[in-house]
Design a protein around this ligand. Structure first.
Ligand code: PLP
Length: 395
């Protein structure tokens, strides 16, 4: 065949991608091995039944047609209302565009703010698609590591040190995947100050905003940020709708207007009946409280089970769908640890280094399993840690 564009060929560089433990575990699990899968980030429960019933009603009702490119007007209005609630900034429908999931919102945000050859800063650990999303735009990026010892809170000096003359944007994610860290007001104010001082966009991935517990602070709420913040949002996590592919981007109306033309040439708008079910789910908060309470309780179960375990420290892990465990004192090689946990105790977790150097020496434990499964998994993990510690002491 003729050669593909270098842009598309380089989105995912070939070689190891960090998901080897997960895919091996998944293959063995599907073949019937008793493996507890704590390596995935998708709900173990179905979408709330009200949302499902609404979608069935709209499929049967003939809602099978094209919709407006930026989303149905009532959908945009419902999304704007949630953005007003989540970011604390009054948001109108023209400051919102509906997208097929948070990933498409992120893609649009990057396409809209970075030219080929422009530079962005990505705070790590980060969600696995971030580097590819910049490569797809032909943009460069620098990864700024946070430290486990700081609970993965970003630091202003590290971000400033990574600035280049062509830096246009900073990408952050709080509550964070993979660390579960919730960036503090101090951290967010520092990042906002850098954005204002150097005239940068802030791409703020807030898809886990309902899974934090307590009051949520969006950096869009900070002084001077509404004009430069692009907030990535999604119904995947908050409303239990990962497979429905529906999310949105919030930002200045002028930029959103330009992104509508990106939709013209990419998605051509969303699915009609999904949009209509989503409107009802947003307007009625279907599932939101229950899902948030479920993950809060699971986090509590896991943290409780790990309390007092020798040689490990919980880092971040204040929100989102994951707990991050620092296992360096027992085994500095997180990938070796994940393999031995899988092979010995049949528990699959993600090696932290899959998400960048900042999380090396940690494992990411997914909370996407019922409480009793998490309890059993933690018992197995504790047993494995004890065996490894004993072996180390005997060396
Ligand atoms: N951002 C983060 C941090 C995520 O963890 C995910 C999905 O796991 C996404 C964005 C994309 O979510 P969506 O399913 O809405 O595309």
């Amino acid at each position: 065949m003729p050669s593909p564009s270098s842009r598309i060929a380089n989105i995912i560089p070939s070689g190891k991608d960090g998901w080897e433990v997960h895919f091996d575990a998944m293959t063995r699990h599907q073949a019937g091995e008793d493996i507890i899968m704590l390596s995935v980030g998708d709900h173990d429960f179905d979408t709330p039944s009200e949302t499902v019933e609404a979608a069935v009603k709209y499929v049967r009702g003939g809602f099978h047609h094209y919709v407006q490119l930026p989303g149905l007007p009532r959908l945009r209005a419902a999304m704007a209302k949630i953005s007003t609630r989540s970011t604390g900034v009054a948001t109108s429908a023209d400051q919102v565009i509906a997208t097929p999931g948070g990933q498409a919102a992120l893609y649009s945000a990057v396409q809209a703010t970075l030219d080929p050859g422009s530079h962005a800063i990505v705070v790590a650990p980060y969600y696995a698609t971030y580097p590819g999303t910049f490569r797809a735009a032909g943009a460069d990026f620098t990864v700024v590591e946070t430290r486990a010892e700081d609970g993965f809170q970003p630091r202003r000096d590290a971000i400033e040190a990574a600035l280049q003359p062509n830096t246009r944007a900073i990408l952050i994610n709080t509550p964070n995947n993979p660390t579960g860290a919730i960036y503090s007001r101090t951290s967010l104010e520092a990042i906002a100050a850098v954005c204002r001082e150097y005239d940068l966009w802030l791409l703020s991935d807030e898809v886990y905003w309902t899974l934090g517990g307590g009051e949520y602070l969006s950096p869009r709420a900070l002084p001077g940020m509404a004009e430069r913040a692009l907030v990535i949002n999604s119904m995947s996590k908050s409303h239990g709708m990962t497979g429905w592919r529906i999310g949105w981007l919030t930002g200045p109306a002028d930029l959103i207007g330009l992104i509508i033309s990106l939709n013209l040439v990419s998605t051509y708008g969303l699915t009609d009946f999904v949009s209509r079910a989503a409107i009802e789910a947003l307007e009625n908060d279907w599932g939101v409280e229950k899902i948030a309470a479920t993950y809060a309780e699971r986090r509590h179960v896991v943290l409780d089970a790990l309390r007092g375990t020798n040689g490990v420290s919980v880092r971040g892990s204040e929100g989102g769908m994951y707990v991050m465990l620092d296992i360096r004192a027992v085994e500095p090689d997180d990938e070796a640890f994940a393999w031995s946990l899988l092979n010995t105790e049949k528990v699959a977790v993600m090696p932290g280094s899959s998400f960048g150097d900042a999380a090396a020496g940690c494992i990411r434990i997914s909370l996407c399993q019922p409480e009793e499964v998490l309890r059993e998994a933690m018992a197995r993990l504790r047993r494995h840690l004890a065996t490894m510690s004993d072996r180390k002491a005997a060396e």
